[in-house]
Design a protein around this ligand. Structure first.
Ligand code: FE2
Length: 376
């Protein structure tokens, strides 16, 4: 395992040709956006933000935009036949289509990435309404997933041109989720390094951490992972691929049910993971179970932490550390019927990176679920 500390990445003197201000939004193609919006509001504490659909002049789809702090989700459903969104859902089930990145100049972002070999998804397009102008462009990444570059410095509307403010009298309280910490992609056999190269060459990212199949394996299955980070560390995209084992890797199970490569999980940051996860569990969000033996040696591994062990153990929250501090994290169960997308909740206390301590425990927890589904 090789690591570069987050500070080394942040202090990298090379000029960033793709300066990213962070994740702008995540768009999901889902079977029923109206119900999905209600689920994410009720269970996760998002608020209504904006809407586009037949009432706003969009004929073939509806999109609900919800927000919690700096975390913005767009939930989109087709309402007509012969529609590319319907095809996407038929093939993949509910899943992430767009990882949108906030930039200062979307035209330049498109030019810099496509000239380095990025495949264009959307040429720079200016869109406007009474609140001003936004520019959007985009490139393809793994599977049918895309990155959109969003330039909104001259726009003051609720979300983007074409969307109307969505006001609702139903506003469940926040659960303390703040922003996207990282977003993980599952890719096919021997494809991890292909996509590592893509993020390095096309988007100027750096490989800050590598887990090989010896780091993450059980008696039965294995996976490999490389963490890619942009220059300022605001955007991190770990890439997983399956590794050989006696039985089927969890990445293979994903690839089988998603019918291809795609987003495996989105990690959502909080400043108080005990409160956030406690509230999410009260609202019915299900998390992976961690065996109590995990907590027996946790202090030997990470040393002192500010939190009491009891609530962490009760909620199933894991603790890990790097050179700069520690982090607390937990994985949800899949958010739809297919064993594909799930969320991670993460609180960083100094730690800017990841270490392999938790990866093994999480891997084993995922494998127990996989076995229960008969897919191991
Ligand atoms: Fe993660």
């Amino acid at each position: 395992m090789q690591t570069l500390s987050a500070t080394e990445v942040l202090n990298d003197p090379h000029t960033d040709f793709l300066p990213l201000q962070g994740t702008d939004y995540v768009e999901f193609y889902v079977g029923n956006a109206k119900q999905a919006a209600h689920f994410y509001k009720t269970a996760f504490g998002f608020q209504s933000l904006a809407y586009a659909g037949p009432e706003t002049g969009v004929k073939d789809k509806v999109s609900y935009v919800i927000r919690q702090n700096k975390l913005t989700y767009v939930l989109t459903t087709p309402v007509r036949l012969n529609n590319y969104i319907a095809d996407h859902i038929y093939k993949h089930g509910d899943g992430v289509k767009v990882l949108a990145l906030k930039v200062d100049d979307a035209s330049l972002a498109w030019e810099e990435t496509t000239k380095r070999g990025g495949k264009s998804y959307l040429e720079p397009e200016k869109i406007h309404d009474e609140f001003g102008e936004a520019v959007i462009s985009g490139i393809h990444t793994y599977g049918e997933t895309v990155h959109l570059f969003i330039e909104r410095k001259n726009y003051s509307g609720p979300f983007l041109p074409g969307y109307k403010k969505w006001e609702s009298s139903y506003n469940p309280p926040s659960t303390g989720l703040l922003y996207v910490d990282h977003c993980v992609g599952n890719v096919g056999w021997n494809q991890m390094n292909v996509w590592v190269k893509f993020y390095e060459e096309v988007m100027g990212f750096r490989n800050i951490l590598t887990f090989d199949d010896k780091d993450i394996s059980t008696e039965y299955s294995a996976l490999m992972s490389k963490v890619m980070s942009n220059g300022n560390g605001f955007v991190k995209f770990p890439i997983n691929e399956p590794a050989e084992g006696k039985k089927k890797s969890q990445v293979e199970e994903y690839l089988e049910f998603y019918n291809g490569e795609g987003v495996q999980h989105i990690a959502l940051a909080t400043n108080n993971i005990i409160e956030t996860v406690g509230e999410l569990q009260r609202r019915g969000v299900e998390f992976l179970k961690i065996p109590s033996s995990y907590y027996e040696k946790v202090f030997d591994r990470v040393g002192h932490i500010d939190e009491d062990l009891k609530p962490l153990q009760k909620l199933g929250i894991l603790v890990d550390k790097d050179d700069e501090g520690y982090l607390l994290q937990i994985f949800s169960k899949p958010l739809q019927d297919r064993p594909t997308l799930f969320f991670e909740i993460i609180q960083r206390k100094g730690a800017k990176s990841f270490r392999k301590g938790n990866f093994q425990a999480l891997f084993e927890a995922l494998e127990r679920e996989q076995e229960a589904r008969g897919n191991l």
